[in-house]
Design a protein around this ligand. Sequence first.
Ligand SMILES: *Cc1c(COP(=O)(O)O)cnc(C)c1O
Length: 388
Amino acid sequence: MSEGSASGVSASSEVEVYFSRPYRSPDELVNLEAVLASDHAHGDGPFTKRATDKLTAIMGAPHALLTTSCTHALEMTALLLDLAPGDEVVLPSFTFPSAATAVVSRGATPVFVDLDPATGNIDADQVAEAVTAQTRAVMVMHYGGVPVALDEILSITDAAGIALVEDNAHGLGTPGLGTRGAFATQSFHDTKNVHCGEGGALVINDARFLERAEIIREKGTNRARFLRGQVDKYTWVDAGSSYLLSEFGAAVLDAQLAAFDTIQQLRRSVWNAYAAGLSNWAGEHGIRLMSDRAGLEHAAHLYYLVMPDNSGQSALIEHLKQHGVRAAFHYVPLDSSPAGRRYGRTVGGRALSRSHDFSTRLVRLPLWAGMSDSQVERVIAAVTSYGN
Ligand SMILES: *Cc1c(COP(=O)(O)O)cnc(C)c1O
């Protein structure tokens, strides 16, 4: 955090505290100039290589391919797994729609399961129950970069001989996340810790999928092999689409990843300030904080509190808005959304009451790299003035 400049200005006349703001790195323009000067703006150029190397180093993952989005990386996993009508994929109801749209894009069926209210992550017991002879994969999402119970999930997927996919859009910065599934996906949308406007990555931990993933990303052609001199002309060899991030995106991403430690430090200091500044108030009001769990591993992607009920959720969001602070809820559970009802089903046809409960009580606070101390204090003061 740095000192704000608006000293002496009353809270009401200050601009509101944004919910999210993209980080700006000083190297972005330098890198973009280099792309413009190079005459190589399409994907797979030098910045793609540099950014990919930084990403795999941060994650400790063997291979990654930069993509146009996390959504597209998830679609690539659906193609790589050859999902087809009749196949099922088990995934949490409490997640972003992209995991489900990837499954539906192949005509397969998403099977939604409930969450563990301690973390917001998928409930491993329900995963075990949801896996059938038709199940081809389990897609998990590390909510806020808090690790899913992967030992339990992997024992289920290994026993069934099916793939684990980790949607790690929130988890860059939590050690080990994104390295245990056959695939993991990252998002570099500008609401994420590290961004290039729109972008993503497919992380490949099972090297058997690497060559085919390159082909799928390059419109179904073996262009990547051609560029490496492994074939003497390139041609259409498989299914695919255009999932390659341009060098402009890669250039911005490279600058962001170079600043990753700074970004994470800035975000963590906000997260820690909320944890310290809200605990007494939360205890007095029976409100649960993300930081209540001692020793929680997370990626400083988000900070949330869980209100006693749904009316508390809307009342707190409105109260914060009145105090110039933007807060937000998260994820309408997919099983209850119009497309979820049309294309998917829940495990055992049951109501997923914990997902609905969590989603209707959760409030996320502003969290971005570069919030000033005074902005963080404004958020804490606004939250703790609620209910008093
Ligand atoms: C942001 C997000 C996505 C989608 O990412 P895009 O890069 O915008 O496609 C998918 N899953 C989760 C959990 C996300 O937070």
